[in-house]
Design a protein around this ligand. Structure first.
Ligand SMILES: O=C(O)CCC(=O)C(=O)O
Ligand SMILES: [Fe+2]
Length: 294
């Protein structure tokens, strides 16, 4: 699969330009860039304002990522950074994650016990829900507003047996992550969610971005069963992507980066300020809803 092959010679790309796309060479080396495209514009990364077409193109594998700059106002990010300075985040288990990272709020893939959701998950969901409920700085309504402005159908929490899942985990990842992919249909029995999604996208709002580095890397490469022999904890050996060049998206504070989480992806280590995101997955359902969970 190549992000570029979907653009026929007379079709407009997301950048509004018509293009023939040369997919003979390695597409990750941006061979599709037209001579008149200013440097720094990557045709595989759509930039905001977020639209329904961008979300669909991402789900179709036509682009690698969507980068919405300054989706959250600077004052709101600053208020959240102050709030997060005053709470302690929980460290992830380093044996599993291999690189230090911390979080606030539960995630579905961490709650898996013998293929099922650990009953303690629901308590953690309520606890974090209460934390945001008591805070004037909850950024989740801003995320919903961004999505609602782009998506003409329902947007709301994913459910399991009618119970709403938690969405909007806070994650601090300063030293990067291993290469991995996230796909709820592979992590759990595929019928776990009441509405199993046809595509799974990862949404990250940057409450604080590093001064340098901290890029989100996305490879044009989906998981196959063969890949399990390269598994290391929650991720995979870097060999899994060989010399393939990923699309790299550099976050700034207040930005949103969305990508297809079923593609292999990773985070580069950052320098300077903390790299803190509000993160969740968005599933596209067969009845055109966006369902959210972390
Ligand atoms: O923080 C990021 O840029 C991506 C983190 C990640 O692995 C994900 O959202 O699935
Ligand atoms: Fe991920």
């Amino acid at each position: 699969m190549t992000w570029w092959s979907a653009r026929s010679p007379d079709e407009r790309g997301l950048d509004g330009r018509r293009g023939p796309c040369d997919t003979q060479e390695n597409p990750w080396r941006k061979v599709c860039r037209m001579p008149f495209e200013p440097p720094g514009i990557d045709p595989a990364v759509a930039s905001g304002p977020l639209t329904r077409d961008q979300i669909l193109h991402l789900a179709q594998g036509r682009i690698a990522a969507i980068h919405v700059r300054r989706a959250l106002a600077a004052e709101k990010c600053a208020a959240l950074a102050r709030l997060l300075d005053s709470v302690s985040l929980t460290d992830y288990d380093i044996r599993k994650y291999r690189l230090p990272a911390a979080h606030l709020g539960p995630s579905l893939n961490e709650a898996k016990v013998a293929g099922e959701i650990d009953p303690g998950y629901w308590e953690r969901r309520d606890h974090t829900g209460k934390f945001w409920g008591e805070s004037a700085d909850d950024p989740r309504p801003d995320c919903l507003a961004l999505l609602a402005a782009a998506w003409p159908y329902d947007v709301g929490p994913a459910t399991v047996d009618g119970r709403e899942l938690f969405w909007g985990i806070i994650r601090e990842i300063n030293q990067g992550t291993v290469v991995h992919c996230d796909d709820v249909l592979k992590e759990y029995p595929p019928s776990l969610l009441d509405h199993p999604p046809v595509a799974q996208l990862g949404f990250n709002l940057f409450l604080s971005a590093p001064d340098a580095g901290g890029e989100t890397l996305v490879w044009d490469r989906r998981w196959t069963a063969e890949d399990e022999k390269h598994r290391r904890g929650i991720g995979y050996s870097r060999r899994i992507v060989g010399n393939d060049v990923p699309v790299a998206v550099t976050p700034a504070t207040g930005d949103v980066i969305i990508f297809d989480s079923r593609n292999f992806h990773a985070v580069r280590p950052g320098r300077g300020r903390r790299r803190i995101t509000l993160s969740f997955f968005m599933g596209l359902t067969d009845d055109e809803r966006l369902i959210l969970w972390s």
